[in-house]
Design a protein around this ligand. Structure first.
Ligand code: FPP
Length: 246
């Protein structure tokens, strides 16, 4: 039986040592194709994997799980697939928010989500607000997210503060950029997982991944589960992280 994590009780640090895991959930289309199903069936199965893995992350004591659900480049897909993904996202928030809330999860969004359809933006903001006071783990969903776009927005925000005389340009440091990115109040990224055998970052968390461990698996995202996450965390535990030191 799965262990129940009480969000209101401090948990011992988990043995794997990871606080923040991010996942590039790739391979929904190939999963569907292998079964002669339409791509939407792969995305639907992908949502089931999101549910499983969010629960597992909580049970395994992660402080934050960030999921790449829609990139700023995914608009290049056919309009029908974009609409399917937005529909699944809307349904996911409506159907799963109560469970997240009951388990003390804080829902967060990274990316330029405000460019999405206004009723979806309202739904997202309501869900984020409703769970903001919880004290359990964070599930951060990357929506209309691109790391380069995130960095451009951060540069613009810092430039505006320079123009307003709030900070000097040459005083801007790593900490200021950290604090201006969408991930400002998330724990440092420890482990970045990509499924489906592709070995690239695809404009995901480029700044935050500076010292993250990378883990690639051939498993397609709809097949990913608690065991697969545990395997990735086992691999993470064995990595020798030196952060540029010895
Ligand atoms: C990549 O598979 C996956 C995506 C572009 C979207 C990921 C979305 C989900 C898992 C469902 C929605 C998420 C939430 C949080 C409700 P692909 O289509 O690129 O697969 P392929 O490379 O095999 O074609």
């Amino acid at each position: 039986m799965a262990t129940q994590v009480r969000p209101d009780v401090p948990q011992p640090a988990p043995a794997h040592g990871a606080r923040h895991v991010a996942i590039i959930m790739d391979g929904n289309g190939r999963w569907a194709k292998k079964r002669l199903l339409p791509r939407i069936a792969g995305h639907r199965a992908g949502v089931e994997a999101v549910r499983r893995v969010s629960r597992a992350a909580r049970e395994m004591g992660l402080e934050c799980l960030t999921l790449y659900a829609f990139s700023s480049e995914n608009w290049k897909r056919p309009a029908s697939e974009v609409a399917d993904l937005m529909g699944l996202l809307r349904h996911f928030i409506q159907a799963d928010l109560d469970e997240f809330h009951a388990n003390g999860v804080r829902l967060r969004i990274i990316g330029n989500y405000k460019a999405l359809e206004p009723s979806l933006v309202a739904l997202i903001e309501d869900a984020v607000k409703r769970t903001a006071g919880n004290s359990g783990p964070i599930i951060a969903i990357a929506l209309n997210y691109g790391a380069q776009d995130e960095m451009v927005r951060a540069a613009q925000a810092l430039a505006q503060r320079v123009v307003a005389g709030e900070i000097a340009a040459d005083a801007i440091g790593v900490g200021d950029i950290d604090a201006t990115l969408d991930t400002a109040d998330l724990p440092p990224l420890d482990l970045l997982i990509r499924t489906s055998g592709e070995q690239r970052l695809s404009n995901f968390m480029l700044w935050q991944a500076a010292y993250a461990e990378l883990y690639f698996t051939d498993m397609l995202w709809p097949d990913f589960d608690a065991n697969a996450l545990a395997q990735a965390l086992d691999a993470f535990r064995l990595r020798d992280r030196r952060f540029g030191g010895l």
